[in-house]
Design a protein around this ligand. Structure first.
Ligand code: C5P
Length: 234
């Protein structure tokens, strides 16, 4: 089995990110670089994490006109990331452009295409906030609608909340990769994640990858925390 743990490098500086990377790399499968770190440390942080031999998930959730997203995806492929995110609400044409750009740029660069992951409805939304922006107010229906559109548009993976995994597994082809945040072991302090599963529950429900932030980086011993999570999966 591949190591399914993606440790989120949700720290503000390159120094902190590289320290965490070196510490936990042997116990995880990849690292996630999101808006906070990328905006402070720039594309160079992707190269520096890749230089340690680790895989990188670039979580910048692109959402723009198809041409711009295609070019942003091409830049990410040239940075040699293994996964990246786009917003499915950008529409079918935007998603097709993103996937085609990933495939073509990878071919030109002699690399494997990264997994382009669609983000459906952010877990910070509820029926009121969806209604506020003029979307169908049922979160579950909107997630299913966007997930199906993503697959029809050629995406090979989605980000979803732990509590959506089981339903999406019923709905989508088996080969679709599901990546889930909102993972808690039960040992950490309560925080802003409301709908969580343990690592094992999420894998049993059908997740392929687990994005884990605070349970690793905020632990007293991040390496030991990651190792404990990994051993809970076997
Ligand atoms: O610290 P924690 O384990 O909650 O970190 C989860 C990571 O996954 C964070 O980087 C967060 O931005 C991201 N994420 C999330 N919920 C989503 C999408 C992404 O928690 N719906």
């Amino acid at each position: 089995m591949q190591n399914p743990i993606i440790a989120a490098l949700d720290v503000p500086t390159a120094e902190l990110a590289l320290k965490l990377t070196r510490e936990v790399a042997p116990a995880v499968g990849a690292f996630k670089i999101g808006s906070e770190l990328f905006t402070s440390a720039g594309p160079d942080i992707v190269k520096r994490v890749r230089d340690t031999g680790a895989s990188v998930f670039l979580d910048l959730k692109f959402h723009d006109i198809p041409n711009t997203v295609a070019k942003a995806v091409a830049s990410a492929v040239r940075l040699d990331v293994q996964m990246l995110t786009i917003h499915t609400c950008g529409g079918g044409e935007m998603m097709r452009a993103a996937e085609e750009s990933a495939q073509q740029t990878a071919l030109q660069s002699g690399r494997n295409a990264p997994l382009v992951l669609g983000v459906t409805v952010l877990t910070s939304h509820d029926s009121n906030t969806l209604d506020e922006i003029g979307c169908a107010a049922n979160v579950g229906h909107q997630v299913e609608r966007l997930a199906l559109l993503a697959v029809q548009s050629g995406l090979r993976g989605l980000v979803c909340s732990p509590l959506e995994i089981a339903d999406l597994r019923q709905l989508l082809p088996e080969k679709i990769q599901l990546v889930t945040p909102g993972i808690r072991t039960g040992a950490e302090k309560s925080d802003d994640q409301k709908r969580t599963l343990t690592p094992r529950e999420a894998m049993e429900a059908g997740a392929n990858w687990l994005v884990i932030g605070r349970p690793i980086y905020a632990a007293e011993n991040p390496r030991a925390a990651a190792e404990k999570i990994l051993s809970s999966l076997s």
